[in-house]
Design a protein around this ligand. Sequence first.
Ligand SMILES: [Fe+2]
Length: 417
Amino acid sequence: MKEEGNKAGLLSYVFLVFLAGIASTIFVLFKYRNISLLGVGLFGALIFASDNLSAPLPKTGSVSVNFGISLASLIIFGPATGMLVTAISIINVKEIIKRVPYYKHLFNAGQYLISFAAVSFFFENFYDRSQTNFFYARNIWIIFLVTYIFFIMNTLLTSGAISLSTGSNLINIWIFNFAWIVPFQFFLSAIAIAIAFLYIRFSPFTIIFTSVPLIIIQYTYLLRHKERRTILASIIQIVKIIEAKDVYTAGHSVRVADYSELIARGMRLNEYDIETLRNLANLHDIGKIQIDLAILNKTTKLTDRDWTEIKKHPVVSYEIVKQIDFLKDRATSILYHHEKVDGTGYPFGKKSEEIPVFAKILCVADSYDAMTTDRPYRRALTKEETIVELENNKDKQFDPQICDIMIDIIKQMPAKA
Ligand SMILES: [Fe+2]
């Protein structure tokens, strides 16, 4: 019921934002009317190129320079042209190809149009167009101010949508997803000033010189993002190959990543942490690569020597993952994923306060997956049995709070057919 309530709330919010976006666009076009076709054509083409080269953020919007371009068209041609250029930015071919759900398109369009309409209105009322000096101090201040007004409106509206769909705290979402882009806004204002100044002072052709560096910057960001994705995808593929050879753990790491994400959402962690945790979960057992397959696939009781071998895998996993630049800071979570809060785990016998929270989450998710898959010596546990098992090991193996969150998740899971 809660889920449905959230979904209905989210859809109402999306439609409201979209309608408000359309209404505010019509308002700006009717109020200011003066449209430059050259401006719409030139800046529209530039924003179209820029928009389709933006680097995606974790599960949310994008970092793109297109506001800088819209703002430049607002400075040069006025609100009506700026508004039309902004409307062109709604057409994102990449997202259409990726078949992004329609309500995301509506929302992105709506929030962007509202924010830009508000900024246009404010700008036109305070920007002094009678000034012949382009660098007239008040006008420059207004350009910086509207950039930040746009940024705050745009990101707060998006945080509202994420908050409605995930149930996470709005401010928490804003801080972790958007606070880091605050300095980038200064750069956007500077871009707008440069484009507008060169255009007005020299010629429309200067747009070629200002847009090329912009597109190169966007493209570099995009390449870095793609490179990161490719590295992860290749390593995860290796994990799948390792798991395919171990008949009992096929698909284990992917499931541990899913359970870890559910726990992290239950703990209201932010999207960055959730993405990092998922990556760590996917790689937590990669160290098994060096364990003899005969040991991994053994159906008889493991000897002490077998255990000595198995217990090395968190260290090997850690050694591999700490080489990955964007995961190295959290790699100890993998090193400690078999530690228990009472200090009886391996490889070091660390106690609760010494174990990072991500390691504690991985431990619960990992154990839950082990309980719910068939093993040579026992069948998978039932829903009720896993709850009893988790309860019995709370404060021994598992962190009590994380354990309780996992129990809540299990209770909400549908019974298996
Ligand atoms: Fe493990």
